[in-house]
Ligand binder design. Sequence first.
Ligand code: ATP
Ligand code: MG
Length: 568
Amino acid sequence: MKWSRSFIHTLKDDPKDAALKSHKLLARAGFISQSAAGIYDFLPLGKKTLDKIRRVVKEELDNAGCQEVSLGVITPSELWQESGRFMKYGKELLRFKDRKGGDYVLSPTNEEAMVALARGRVSSYKQLPLNLYQINTKFRDEARPRFGLMRGREFLMKDGYSFHATEEDMLREFALMEATYRRIFTRLGLDFRAVEADSGAIGGSGSKEFMVLADAGEDTIVVCESCDYGANIEAACRAAPKYADFAVNFDGEIHTPNIAAIADLAEFLKIPARKTIKAVVKKALYDNGAKICLFFTRGNDELEETKALNAANANELADDLESDLASVGLSAIAGFIGIDFAQKDILKFVDSELANEVNMITGANKKDYHKVCAKITESEYNFRDLIAVQKGDICKRCGGKLNYRSGIETGHIFQLREKYSKPLNATFLDENGKAKPFVMGTYGIGVSRLIAAILEQNGDEKGCVWGKEIAPYFVDIIVANIKDEMQKNLAEEIYEKLRAAKLDVIYDDRADSFGFKMKDFELIGFCYAIVVGKVANEGKVEVIDRKSGEKNIMDFAAAIEFVKKAAL
Ligand code: ATP
Ligand code: MG
């Protein structure tokens, strides 16, 4: 490509609304252009990089025996009704009608449509296993689309679905996909962790997320400093802390006027916060109504929202519930709710670490009063893991210290089992001729998000830095002075030779200054520049490595060999 003929527009300034490095760089370097909130057009550089990432993903998946398909971006709502997800998915699902009044959704993920594809076509265990994937547009009407390609509303996702006759075979495929994902992210040059994860709205159990480590990551991941344990905080576990005995010398109800907050209570009673019980009230929203939920944890622990949501098995947990509290008589005792509070229709969950605890201070279910509660026994309470692991907690696996890292979720693999095949009645005949629902797995990669993740991890103060497989062009030939015939002829000769060698090369033949062209080279992040300048009369050029900044003057033929070798 000759730059003078290209559609490349770099900008001097960052877009006003861009907070993240990747968003700023992608906009300034002319990879993307925003057309609406969370919706981006890909310009030639962006499209090239996107396609290259897509190719890496495709090569590795095909190699692992997966087959690519391409399903409609629009799915009939009926399928979503059948799976029971139509209402559950919430506002991110864009629902609409066509001119005939038919109901449709813009696919945010494609379990239903993919199951429908296999249903009827795969009828025998002999046709299994099968792993189908697509790399296409998804739409999620995100509440807060932001950070450029990181959280778009329209984005490119690879979504794969595997079908199996047995649980064992699905687990084998899950392990194969984990290994395949590791290869993909390694090829993309990323520092990442595969961590245990929550399964969210897609459901099922046994899931792992692939997190690119970067400060800008929206996810908190818990990692062990001594072993390879890693988990999203939404799913992270810890060894229960071992607390020294602490005598709590109170009897019956204790007058605690206006002392509702845990820290105040601990101070007032001169006890550590861990000897108190915290009550968190939420409203759980279901397809057909809502319920008040009470969650109890140790006073020094924090409730993990996703764990709470899973415990309640709700679509959503709402916080804004003043009027709801009044209706169930809880507002009068807010801050003084006890673990033994009982009322029909109110759901109650207690953190597992409180099991068998004694001498704990809890609300007395009466304004301005607390009390010592009786032993917290399994027969009386619904125990669940509810707490957010904290920095410095102890690893359950090895006893090491747990710490936090920030991660960008770029991939997610799930053991779906029969979650969709059952309601969608997608069955096959097993060896004994018995109809069984497919055992399934599902595997996603945020292909467009990866572009942002790569830059969050690798971009530098000058601009984008790409690996050799994904840079929009591998080599940028910069002619320092286009009016100098000798320079121009040499640059053109190199350009033709690199093209003949099938290298992805751009030739900056613009009449602009050398400094200007260098800035574009650095901002866009081509892997190498070959500068044809003053020493062209000796047949020499300068080769610049964008990532390391290393510069070498060499004969032009040697430069050609050098970049050819670097591309391998
Ligand atoms: P998040 O927690 O970031 O909202 P998710 O868990 O809802 O993501 P999945 O349903 O697991 O996402 O989708 C598979 C992959 O698609 C994710 O791992 C992520 O890389 C990508 N992805 C999800 N939502 C977006 C988005 N709004 N913009 C860009 N990529 C996305
Ligand atoms: Mg996910």
